[in-house]
Design a protein around this ligand. Structure first.
Ligand code: PEP
Length: 259
């Protein structure tokens, strides 16, 4: 983390979990234990059907609500889809784009990720862009090249002014939902490379202001070590974000004094 230059962001990705009543129950329990001191931003990305309810439930606390996907068109014949303006009009602040599950199950490509990033930014949303390699790609030794390509493709055509509203989440596919975390060194190395790629595209000032998260089985036991890496500025958290008691220690780790 480097709180001097950039935000630390702990974001939960609830995926297809929690009904509206469960969302309200989580909010009540979480608000009761959430520290008032603001050392990091907290975001919860909930299923789209519960966005409005979640915004209400977290209204009187420092949790921002995010979506898990968005369409790149403004409106039209796209049955089942949600537009960027629909999200921003509700009061949604963040949107996850290019999560590996969407790339794997819903044909999300680097091309559509880029279109969605542009559309989200134009609507005033803050994209959380996910990149990361599979186990096979890591074993082939192409992690850095692949992640570099994904970052460049996602940000293609995005101005230096707008890119400051983008968060990049490095999520190795082999660590998502598997209980298998990348070591702090592995994660830190790729996050540093992502910042170097952004530096090459936009210069040093912009690069040092961008939040880069790690995601992949982050929990209360490994968060402090991961967040101690200079280029890891937060986490994108699946499983552990579903339980207030499991999410809290990650937020506390993000609030620890830096050495
Ligand atoms: C995720 O879905 O982005 C994720 C990192 O999940 P988990 O924390 O469960 O590995």
């Amino acid at each position: 983390m480097n709180r001097r230059y950039r935000k630390t962001i702990i974001a939960g990705n609830w995926k297809m979990n929690k009904t509206l009543s469960e969302t309200r129950a989580f909010a009540d329990a979480f608000k009761a234990i959430l520290p008032k001191v603001k050392t990091c931003d907290v975001v919860l990305c909930v299923p789209s059907v519960n966005l409005q309810g979640a915004i209400r439930a977290f209204k009187d606390c420092r949790v921002s609500v995010g979506a898990q996907n968005v369409h790149y068109e403004a409106s039209g014949a796209y049955t089942g889809e949600v537009s960027p303006a629909m999200l921003s009009d509700l009061g949604v602040k963040y949107v996850i784009i290019g999560h590996s599950e969407r790339r794997q199950y819903y044909n999300e490509t680097d091309f559509t990720v880029n279109k969605k990033v542009h559309a989200a930014l134009a609507a005033g949303l803050r994209p959380i862009v996910c990149v990361g390699e599979s186990l096979e790609q890591r074993e082939l030794g192409v992690t850095m090249e692949l992640v570099e390509y994904q970052v460049k493709a996602a940000l293609s055509g995005v101005t230096a002014e707008n890119v400051r509203r983008v968060t990049v989440a490095y999520e190795p596919l082999w660590a998502i939902g598997t209980g298998k975390t990348a070591t702090a060194e592995q994660a830190g190395e790729v996050c540093s490379h992502i910042r170097a790629v952004i530096r090459g595209l936009y210069g040093a000032r912009v690069a040092r202001s961008i939040t880069i998260q790690y995601g992949g089985s982050m929990n209360g036991s490994n968060a402090a070590e991961l967040l101690a890496q200079p280029d890891i500025d937060g986490g994108l958290i699946g499983g552990a974000s579903l339980d207030p008691e499991k999410l809290l220690p990650i937020i506390e780790a993000a609030g620890q004094e830096q050495t």
